[in-house]
Ligand binder design. Sequence first.
Ligand SMILES: [Fe+2]
Length: 286
Amino acid sequence: MQAIEEIGITSWRETAPRMAEALEIGKVVLAPRLHFELPEPERRFLSPACLDGKSKNVSYRPATGALGGASPDADRAALTAMLKRYFERTSALLEALCPEYCGKLSPGFTSFRPAEIAGRATSWRKDDTRLHVDAFPSRPLRGLRIIRVFSNVNPAAPRMWRVGDAFENVARTFLPKIAKASPVSAWLLHILRITKTRRTPYDHLMLGIHDAMKADERYQRECPQVSIAIPPGATWMCFTDSVPHAAMSGQFALEQTFYLPVEAMRDPSRSPLRILERLTGKALLT
Ligand SMILES: [Fe+2]
């Protein structure tokens, strides 16, 4: 498996050839020398003490400037400034690396992840040490792609990831195990405001694949996969809705989510939406 595309860039505005192509075919693009520098006053945030005790991340919403998950005792203005800077850097990075996506990406949350992953108690469904593709229970994406950029800001330790099989193979394995979508339950979830918009058949299948992968212990052990140690200071990115990934250990990472319409891809036929429509023979955004 050739899961990783390593690039030597050292600045957030540097270009590299064919990055959108690499991302779309399902690679993790790794830039070991692209560092998100933390000036001395920000290094105090390298501690789980900046969390509110309930959340696993501090989150920032670029559209409104709202900060969530932070301890009331933390310097919220400084945390907001750090996350805003990460949003600006990663926006510039994607503009430089994927010029074909310019003007078509919309930002999701920015997050800072100061807690150690290994040993964290959680339910199997929320356990991100199990290989999964990203799908959100409360936010139907209606086919939108998810690109996530991450930086390991731990000065001393790597972040350990596993990367799994091609999306089409994953879909072929798990589609037969997913219960049929119920239009009534999609309507109820929306009326009860459990989902922000109505859950489409596409979102139902993506959530089903997410859950079925995580629940299958044997698949987790035996499926094609590679382990990667992301070194201190490195930045990496992938389409997390199609690249199966698991975060095994590590502490102190930043992450920026972007959304991309399927039609803005170089090749929309590589999207989970089009792959699932081909495999099921159905239109999935009804
Ligand atoms: Fe994930």
